[in-house]
Ligand binder design. Structure first.
Ligand code: GTP
Ligand code: MG
Length: 202
């Protein structure tokens, strides 16, 4: 069934995993470095300008936010990791929350790992990627802020990033922009496919 993406509401805010929603819906998870555009991507997917809070201040999202999407799934906005401007101590507590969430047996249908297409993978992105590969969860990498590059430069960066991470199929890396909406329709289709696949295995 196609998802009506504008039908989105914030339904839970968790600072501890026992505050995650009780309702069992498949979860589509946004992960990645602070400031990479996780909250912006939720806004772009839904076409709602400010459903998720966006800011120029890194470390804006400090809790796990659950957005219920069209009664079909939750879009999960994780706190970003690894920005120098966020105090180390605070980073530790977000990282713990994220770890607990990812390891608490939630019904995860897809994890999106967002990278800045210009910056490429950081040490923590590589750690996250290796964890994803061993986790058994379906995942996709999303190269954000493509509006900052020409189309040909974006595709060149995609090749370089795929090669540097030993990812065989560079076509699997989605090129996206929350600003000019490049790749957003393709990502909606990826989410719908992940939900269909999830339904088939549960
Ligand atoms: N040019 C451009 N800017 C973007 C894009 N996506 C996000 N931004 C900007 O990047 C900054 C951070 O965006 P957020 O969506 O708050 O990033 P986040 O990953 O949620 O950050 P945390 O909540 O700190 O983890 C904001 O200034 C956004 O406007 C994009 O696709 N293109
Ligand atoms: Mg955020």
């Amino acid at each position: 069934m196609p998802i009506h993406f504008p039908n989105i509401t914030l339904s839970a805010v968790a600072v501890r995993t026992d505050q995650c929603p009780r309702k069992q819906l498949p979860e589509i998870v946004m992960s990645g470095r602070s400031n990479v555009g996780k909250s912006s991507l939720i806004n772009a997917l839904s076409g709602r300008r400010q459903i998720a809070r966006v800011s120029n201040t890194p470390g804006k999202t400090r809790q796990i936010l659950f957005f219920e999407l069209d009664q079909a799934c939750y879009l999960v906005d994780l706190p970003g990791y690894g920005h120098a401007a966020v105090a180390r101590e605070a980073q530790g507590s977000f990282a713990r929350l994220t770890d607990e969430y990812l390891n608490s047996g939630r019904p995860i249908a897809l994890i999106l790992l967002l990278l800045d297409i210009r910056v490429g993978p950081t040490v923590q992105d590589v750690q996250m990627l290796r964890w994803l590969e061993s986790s058994g969860h379906p995942w996709r990498m999303v190269l954000m802020k493509s509006d900052k590059l020409s189309r040909s430069a974006a595709l060149q960066r995609r090749r370089e990033i795929a090669r540097s991470l030993d990812l065989a199929d560079q076509e699997e890396l989605l090129v996206c922009s929350a600003r000019n909406k490049d790749g957003i329709e393709a990502l909606r289709a990826v989410i719908e496919a992940a939900l269909a696949a999830d339904k088939a295995v549960r």
